[in-house]
Design a protein around this ligand. Structure first.
Ligand code: GTP
Ligand code: MG
Length: 174
C-alpha cells in the first residue's frame, strides 16, 4: 500500500521552541513573544523522500508542560516519526513517546527519531553538542541512528534541513 501522509509529532518541554521551529519551517517567520500552545494541531507540507517520492508531511504541535507530564496516546497514535526538541529533559520525553505509542519492542528500537537542539543563536547553552551526540548514540540501534540537528527557529539556521531529513528516515511501504 502506498502511504502518502507522514505523521510527525513535535515533542519537548514547554518553551523549548516547538511552535517556533514549525513556524520557521512552514512560514519562515519568528516572533520573540512567547504564547504557550494550547491543545494540538497540525500543518501539512509537501516533502520529498529519499527515492524522490512526494509525500505530505503532517507536522503536529502541542503544548509542552512546565514539568514533565505524559501527553497521552491520542497525540502519538499513528506517528511515523517524532522530533525531540530539547533543552534538558530529553530522556523522559523519549520514554514517554515509546511507552504511549504502544509500539512492539522490536519496532520501538528502530523507530525514526530525530533530535533538534533549538536556540543555537543564544550563547549560554545547557546541553553541549557532545552531550547531545552521546545521548543520541546511546539510543541509536544498528538499524536506526538518531540524527542530531542544532537549529535556531529565530534566524532559521538548520530548520529546513532538519525537517527535510525526516522524510529521508521514514520507510514508506511500496
Ligand atoms: P509550548 O507551546 O509552551 O510547549 O512552547 P514551545 O515549545 O512551542 O515554544 P515556543 O515556540 O512558543 O517558544 C518559546 C519561546 O522561545 C518564545 O519566546 C520564542 O520566541 C523563543 N524561541 C523559540 N525558538 C528560539 C530560537 O531559536 N532562538 C531564540 N533566541 N529564541 C527562541
Ligand atoms: Mg508551542
Amino acid at each position: 500500500m502506498h502511504k502518502d501522509i507522514l505523521k510527525v509529532v513535535l515533542i519537548g518541554d514547554g518553551g523549548v521552541g516547538k511552535t517556533s521551529l514549525r513556524n520557521q519551517y512552514i512560514h519562515k517567520k519568528f516572533t520573540n513573544a512567547y504564547k504557550a500552545t494550547i491543545g494540538a494541531d497540525f500543518i501539512t507540507k509537501e516533502v520529498e523522500t529519499d527515492d524522490g517520492k512526494k509525500v505530505m508531511m503532517q507536522i503536529w504541535d502541542t503544548a509542552g508542560q512546565e514539568r514533565f507530564q505524559s501527553l497521552g496516546v491520542a497525540y502519538y497514535r499513528g506517528a511515523d516519526a517524532c522530533v525531540l526538541v530539547y533543552d534538558l529533559f530529553l530522556e523522559r520525553w523519549r520514554e514517554d513517546f515509546l511507552k504511549q505509542s504502544s509500539l512492539p519492542t522490536e519496532e520501538a528500537r528502530h523507530f525514526p527519531i530525530l533530535m533538534i537542539g533549538n536556540k543555537i543563536d543564544i550563547d549560554d547553552r545547557v546541553v553541549s553538542r557532545r552531550q547531545a551526540r552521546a545521548w543520541a548514540e546511546i539510543h541509536s540501534s544498528d538499524k536506526m541512528q538518531i540524527p542530531c540537528f542544532e537549529a535556531s527557529a529565530k534566524n532559521g539556521d538548520n530548520v529546513e534541513k532538519a525537517f527535510a531529513h525526516i522524510a529521508k528516515m521514514v520507510k514508506i511501504p511500496q
